[in-house]
Ligand binder design. Structure first.
Ligand code: NAP
Length: 732
């Protein structure tokens, strides 16, 4: 077994240039190999278009390799967060690679022939959340370790009070949404099905052929009525104006890469209805797609003769309509500028932590009408706001913890629906058909968004068992968050009840809203609880509660025990913090906190020790655990300010504490005697190394690219201490 470490994008990728040499050196002492696997957005683009590249530019398809690895019992993978690319990000990455001499084709928005259609299909493979669904071949176990929780309680983040008179609210559709239209069945046999569309005009089309379904899997389907969606948007824009609150939209266009950009586009079109009507022909000629947001619209109108008229109308609408919440008020970037800028699972918790306010165009915090069009999961955020009104601001110094056991394996539920999501071309019926028998059908109107979800039974049973196991190990109150009003959840509830009965266990099953209220009650009382949830809530809750408890989801331990026996360790639940790259470029300070990587490495070493019966790996795991505790106690988290200790120095301190603990332990004398000298050398050079790190800060740096860094340049930037580099050389 060797440990595979991913190279991804933005801040975690930069941090990897500094942290990986440390890992490699320490693990070499136990003869543990570490393999790097580049699954960055740029690498995934290049791997998919190798026929366009010169031989020396081609690279292996690392994602394909990892996709196979995770199915093996000896998989031991550390996964850092990667970009889930929106179309604007994908286009920017293509442009950068083209400028670097890679002869990639452009992304064809509207393919005009078969070749362009093929190109678009290939690019869609790297769009959105294309990595995690391939790698996550197991369910998910996310929690914060005791050391992290103790640290957060003793060093709570700065509280921003929630005022009881807050007008902030969560708005969602009451009818016509995915929630209202859901239908589901439990399959009674293996079958091959087709997803078909039969138009009222008589035309029919097979949209998905020969989809392999298994006995006892849950099949569900639903659609979004886009007429009702637009009515909802119009009503809430008006209501936001009348109530003098911001208008904000919260979707997940990155993960739900087919449906949510369309939902986003309708919001842009409804908000700027008069603009889209008045300049319909110009926008068509300019190939403006509202799904890509205002940013693209504003760039494309630069080429129009009518630019001034368009801008006048655009500004007039902004002036008379509700104030849109801002992503960056200094730069005039609104919530409707880029579909991937506002991602619901991160944006709502950040808002809640900020006194339930977002920012207006002057950069002032203001109450907001937060729209989450589909009601399926909106109720959990409504529950938090209700709780804040009733019980006041949450105090992180006193809160217990909500961990999560999430159904994730085999692309469960909505997160596996992208290749089965379709827009109705006309009024008609979507059908799922097995040998002439219609399993599910939905009558829709032109434009409605239809999707099909699958949930495999082995994934569900493994998830229930993992939930029971965590409840047994911790003794914490566990809750299954399932909604009996949802057709698919109704089936899951029956499966959970059967399994609990079989195992003689008693675990509550509550609707997401009730479960959220109960969890808040428990953590306010300082108790821990385990949320056992489906795939989407797994994602949402592992941002929501860590952000409320710890201030960030990046400090979470995230384990994926694979169905086939291997394991993946994800580095925190946070994303890739693009804003922090800007700071590095401007002033050579990287505030990325690698605690998630430390925790993942520790868990990965424990797994290695257990699987390979490797004693040295066990010693390394124990000493790293102690080193992380000391690192937290001594508050070696990177600061936000230039010229102070940043990501690189924080890595040095982890190495120092790791070496100290290895030198002090008495379980492995070889490691002890080797690290005695190293620990001494590291500690006697502490100030020199810090100075070498911090003196480089305060100047602009050039990474040689954004989506594809220049390795040499980044290595120099991320490893500026000659003294530290020389000690690492000695280790391994
Ligand atoms: P994000 O990367 O989590 O960033 C939001 C903010 O959270 C950051 O600006 C930063 O705050 C803070 N943060 C997150 N991780 C941190 C860390 N390790 N150390 C310090 N601060 C941290 O969320 P996002 O902007 O919504 O998403 C960015 C990209 O990440 C997107 O492309 C998204 O698709 C991707 N993503 C990937 C994964 C994954 O692969 N597992 C998960 C989530 C998101 P400050 O800047 O204020 O310090």
């Amino acid at each position: 077994m060797q440990i595979t470490y991913t190279l991804t994008d933005e801040s975690p990728a930069l941090a990897t240039y500094s942290f990986l040499p440390i890992i490699k050196a320490f693990l070499a002492r136990a003869h543990i190999g570490v393999k790097i696997s580049d699954i960055s957005l740029s690498a995934r683009i290049l791997a998919n278009f190798s026929e366009y590249l010169k031989p020396e530019q081609r690279c292996e398809d690392a994602l394909e390799f990892l996709g196979e690895l995770v199915k093996k019992p000896d998989a031991n993978l550390i996964k850092t967060p990667n970009i889930s690319a929106s179309i604007p990000q994908l286009k920017a990455a293509i442009k950068e690679l083209q400028d670097k001499g890679y002869m990639l084709p452009n992304y064809p928005d509207e393919p005009k022939n078969d070749e362009e259609l093929q190109i678009k299909t290939k690019y869609q493979k790297v769009l959105g959340s294309a990595v995690n669904p391939v790698l996550r071949q197991g369910n998910s176990d996310r929690r914060c370790t005791k050391a992290v929780k103790d640290y957060a309680r003793n060093n709570p983040y700065k509280i921003i009070e929630f005022h009881p008179e807050s007008k902030t609210r969560i708005s969602y559709m009451k009818e016509g949404d995915f929630f209202s239209n859901e239908k589901a069945i439990l399959l009674d046999k293996d079958c091959l099905v087709n997803v078909e569309f039969l138009a009222n005009s008589g035309k029919s089309e097979i949209l998905k052929e020969g989809l392999k379904l298994e006995k006892n899997e849950i099949l569900d389907a639903s659609f979004m009525d886009v007429e009702k969606l637009q009515e909802f948007y119009a009503k809430e824009i008006q209501a936001s104006k009348e109530d003098d609150v911001l208008f904000s939209l919260h979707l997940k266009a990155t993960m739900m890469k087919v449906s949510d950009p369309i939902l986003f586009g309708y919001a842009v079109k409804v908000f700027f209805k008069e603009l889209f009507e008045e300049f319909k022909d110009e926008f068509q000629a300019l190939n403006i797609n509202p799904n890509n947001g205002l940013s693209e619209l504003l760039t494309k109108i630069e080429a129009s003769d009518k630019k001034e008229e368009i801008l006048k109308k655009y500004n007039a609408i902004l002036a008379k309509s509700a104030d849109i919440a801002m992503v960056n008020s200094d730069k005039g970037i609104t919530n409707l500028h880029v579909p991937s800028d506002v991602i619901v699972d991160a944006s709502i918790p950040a808002m809640l932590k900020n006194g339930a306010k977002l920012w207006d165009k002057e950069g002032k915090a203001k109450d907001t009408n937060a729209l989450i069009p589909d009601q399926t999961y909106a109720s959990i955020y409504e529950a938090v706001i209700e709780d804040l009104h009733k019980n006041g601001t949450l105090n992180p110094a006193k809160l217990g913890s909500v961990s999560n056991v999430g159904l994730m394996a085999k692309k469960a539920q909505e997160y596996g629906s992208h290749d089965k999501t379709f827009v109705a071309k006309e009024d008609g019926v979507f059908k799922i058909v097995c040998e002439d028998k219609v399993l599910l059908e939905h009558r829709v109107k032109k434009g409605d968004i239809y999707r099909v979800n699958e949930t495999k039974i082995d994934a569900v049973l493994n998830w229930i068992d993992l939930g029971i196991q965590r409840a047994d190990i911790t003794g914490s109150e566990a809750i299954f968050w399932l909604d009996s009003k949802r057709a698919s959840n109704k089936i899951m509830i029956a499966l959970v009840q059967n399994r609990l009965k079989e195992k003689g266990k008693d675990i509550a099953i509550l609707s997401p809203k009730q479960a959220c209220l109960r969890s808040l009650e428990l953590i306010r009382a300082g108790k821990d609880t385990i949320s056992i949830t489906g795939n989407v809530l797994r994602d949402y809750l592992t941002d929501l509660f860590p952000i409320l408890e710890l201030g960030t989801s990046a400090k979470m331990l995230s384990i994926v025990p694979m169905l086939n026996g291997g394991a993946m360790f994800e580095t925190g639940a946070g994303g890739s913090a693009p804003k922090q790259v800007e700071q590095l470029v401007e002033e050579n300070h990287l505030r990325w906190d690698s605690l998630g990587e430390f925790l993942a490495l520790q868990a990965s070493l424990e797994f290695y020790a257990h699987k390979c019966k490797n004693f040295k790996a066990k010693v390394l795991a124990q000493c790293l655990d102690e080193a992380i505790g000391e690192w937290l106690e001594n508050n070696k988290t990177p600061t936000r300010k230039v010229k102070e200790d940043d990501n690189r120095t924080s890595h040095f301190y982890l190495a120092l504490y790791f070496a100290n603990h290895l030198a002090r332990q008495a379980n492995d004398m070889e490691l002890q005697s080797f690290f005695k000298d190293i620990a001494l050398e590291l500690s006697s050079n502490e100030e020199k190394i810090r100075t070498e790190f911090n003196d480089t800060q305060g100047v602009k740096v050039d990474l040689g690219g954004y989506y594809k860094f220049d390795e040499q340049k980044v290595n120099k930037i991320m490893r500026p201490s000659a003294t530290f580099n020389a000690i690492l050389e000695k280790i391994g």
